[in-house]
Design a protein around this ligand. Structure first.
Ligand SMILES: Nc1nc2c(ncn2[C@@H]2O[C@H](COP(=O)(O)OP(=O)(O)O)[C@@H](O)[C@H]2O)c(=O)[nH]1
Ligand SMILES: [Mg+2]
Length: 685
């Protein structure tokens, strides 16, 4: 297996709207570089990267796929990220694995939602950012307009390095502004005469942009009104690697025009692992610098898990430093565990090519890891540092999940764990208050896909339904209560009597138990049973079946019987006294309130704000960010379960939000009555 030096490697991730042509582009790259001898088509369901049955059925990518090509003595690894917003987690998690994010934009698509989302994800990405305008052969394709839309809406200013020759059906090549050559079906040729003015103008613009990133270059430019070819290339490479210039290219993945020219630019101008070998790692709560080198200390990162039903889990790994060999032992700090590399592969979609080593700078896959999961770092056995953790987006969709057939209930948990291990934005938790298993994630498509994978891979049928709200019960007034539990007919009797003072506590204090028994009216060995009776009753709920919180109960008097008293008798008395007393204490329900930050383009603000108030939400503040508002709001969880589809529908898909739990608050009277009535009608009692 050939070992590539850092300078001969390029790692790219294709991001952008679903339908922009990322998978088609990868396919065309495989074909043009002869990695594959047939051009796969999305519409025919035979591409190398969209191989999952769900993907070929839907004709769209649902998960990150990887491939690579050998081209002109270089190896180019390609990560194809799904563009649909529900699957954004794959992009976020895999970004640390590449030096370059290639934003693929549809030349005929305007400023698409998925494009906007991809650009948002890249805001944090300090490394190379590239725009590739695709589908230039489509009707209404417009290169300049597409770049302008990106500039206007996202505040990124893409600078052309290639410009198109012709458009739509007549798109036949690109002019390379640096080489001052054209690339067409005939290969590298002279620039057509009618393009020379456009080339000169665009080349000057490119020089100016490069000059602005470096003082020496700026002086040279101001003096000569141009840069030497050598300084232009050196300056451009550095500016791209530092994220100071976002270069723009143009192609048609469908026809292949411009694709090889783009690959040439990838080799010539885009950063390699050599340009990014200084990494910042975390070590405990400190940051530390780490220099990657092919023969240095081990450092890698698992950016994707693919659960193959027959082969087991494939962990896609990016090595930054050192060499991973079959048998290499390593440590994964995120899991605080050791692991060992077994068989390893270079992946081209679902096709795998055995390899015995994955070198620094490379991307490959491992199978049968014991402890490592997605987002695990791979470090030397005695090291404790880790790749900087990514920040996952918070959930926007929730569904309760249960097996269709009761008999699958046991199996569902383990199968689900395997399916969702592929996507760290999905969580599966037992809600102890509502006794439901809740699946949360980034959207309905994503959660539906979980069901399909469960069925196809593990033969488990599950269904989703709206989750119950984890209300809590509490009181607003104090009261006294008393209960005597007495059964003295036949056999051994039962006897216990308690007197309680019940009162509300501050919000969030939970449960307070006060033992104020004096003079042994209740022997001290029964006191724990009284407390236990309270705790168990409060767990089960009293008025609507939800946990009771923020209540103090003082036991101040009672009586016992020498023979008939028992722990059980006192527990029952305690439970009954609480139930009776609680109802006198003006009980209410509390509901979870979440903090939301809603991001919407200005033009939708009116609708979004109106909707928030119909959902019993409160607006807490707003901030202008470019052409968007960041709206802070609080909203009851009950209203949030269905919020994302609604927000998308009246913002043309452009609204987004993040959320986190804030606090519990009183439920309005009318809703409380409904919840209480529903519980009383129900067999949950
Ligand atoms: N005419 C034309 N169609 C394209 C081009 N690139 C992709 N397509 C089509 O656009 C659709 C979506 O492409 P796909 O590669 O799945 O987009 P992705 O979601 O970004 O991966 C498919 O029907 C492709 O055949 C292109 O350059 N020209
Ligand atoms: Mg795709």
């Amino acid at each position: 297996m050939k070992e590539y030096s850092f300078k001969k490697l390029r790692n790219l991730m294709l991001v952008g709207s679903s339908g922009a042509g990322k998978t088609t582009l990868a396919e065309q790259i495989f074909f043009l570089t002869k990695s594959s001898n047939r051009l796969g088509k999305i519409d025919e369901g035979n591409t190398i990267l969209d191989f999952d049955p769900e993907e070929t059925a839907k004709k769209m990518s649902l998960g990150l796929a990887i491939g690579y090509v050998n081209h002109k003595d270089h190896k180019i690894n390609l990560l194809d990220a799904p563009g649909y917003p529900d699957f954004v987690g794959d992009t976020v998690v895999a970004l640390p694995a590449v030096e370059n994010a290639v934003v693929v934009a549809n030349a005929a698509g305007g400023f698409e939602v998925g494009l906007e989302l991809a650009l948002e994800q890249l805001e944090q990405h300090k490394k190379g950012k590239v725009v590739l305008v695709n589908r230039m052969d489509n009707e209404h394709a417009d290169y300049e307009k597409t770049l302008e839309a990106i500039h206007e809406n996202a505040g990124i200013n893409p600078i052309s390095v290639h410009i198109p020759i012709g458009k739509e059906g007549a798109f036949e090549g690109v002019v390379d502004l640096i080489r001052q050559k054209a690339f067409t079906a005939a290969g590298e040729v002279d620039v057509p005469a009618n393009m020379t003015d456009a080339m000169e103008e665009a080349r000057l613009h490119l020089m100016e942009a490069v000059a602005e990133t470096d003082e020496e270059l700026l002086n040279e430019f101001l003096e000569n009104m141009e840069l030497s070819q050598e300084n232009l290339i050196r300056g451009l490479r550095k500016a791209i690697a530092n994220g100071e210039i976002c270069p723009a290219f143009v192609c048609s993945a469908g026809t292949g025009v411009g694709v090889l020219a783009f690959l040439q630019a990838v080799i010539d101008y885009l950063p390699s692992p050599e340009d990014c070998k200084v990494m910042e790692l975390v070590d405990g709560d400190k940051n530390k610098e780490f220099i990657c080198s092919p023969d240095g200390e081990l450092l890698g990162y698992i950016f994707k898990l693919y659960a193959d039903p027959s082969m087991g889990d494939f962990a896609y790994v990016r090595m930054f430093s050192g060499t991973l060999k079959t048998g290499t032992e390593f440590y994964t700090p995120e899991r605080e565990a050791k692991d060992k590399a077994g068989n390893m592969y270079f992946m081209l979609g679902k096709n795998r090519h055995d390899c015995s080593e994955i070198h620094a700078g490379e991307i490959g896959a491992l199978v049968k890891l014991k402890n490592s999961k997605v987002m695990s770092s791979i470090v030397a056995p005695n090291a404790r540092h880790a790749v900087k953790p990514v920040i996952l987006p918070s959930a926007t969709s929730w569904q309760a999940i249960k097996a269709v057939n009761q008999s699958d209930e046991d199996k569902i948990g383990s199968s689900l764990q395997r399916v969702i291990a592929e996507d760290p934005t999905i969580r599966y938790d037992l809600n102890v208050e509502t006794h439901e298993n809740v699946l949360s994630g980034m959207g309905d498509q994503q959660l539906q896909l979980v069901l399909k994978k469960l069925k196809n891979r593990y033969k488990v049928e599950a269904e989703l339904k709206a989750p119950r709200i984890p209300y809590k019960e509490t009181i607003t007034a104090g009261a006294e209560s008393q209960y005597r539990h007495k059964k003295q007919s036949g056999g051994r009797g039962q006897y216990g009597e308690v007197y309680f003072r019940i009162k509300p506590t501050e919000r969030g204090e939970g449960f307070q138990f006060i033992n104020a028994i004096v003079g042994g009216v209740i022997p001290s060995n029964f006191i724990p049973a009284i407390e236990k009776g309270l705790v168990e009753t409060m767990e089960k709920g009293i008025i609507a079946g939800y946990q009771v919180v923020d209540v103090a109960v003082e036991v101040y008097y009672g009586s016992y019987h020498d023979v008939d008293s028992s722990e059980m008798a006192f527990k029952i008395a305690s439970s009954m006294a609480l139930k009776e007393g609680f109802k006198k204490c003006k009980p209410i329900l509390l509901e979870p309130i979440h903090n939301l930050v809603i991001i919407v383009p200005n033009e939708y603000m009116g609708d979004v704000m109106g909707d928030i108030s119909t959902r019993r939400g409160r607006i807490m503040g707003m901030e202008q960010h470019g052409k968007k508002q960041h709206l802070s709001a609080q909203m009851p969880l009950a209203e949030m379960f269905a919020y994302y589809p609604a927000l998308k529908s009246f913002t043309q898909g452009r609204g987004r939000f993040t959320q986190e739990f804030s606090h519990y608050e009183r439920v309005p009277e009318d809703i409380t009555q409904k919840v209480v009535a529903a519980w009383q009608d129900n067999d949950l009692q």
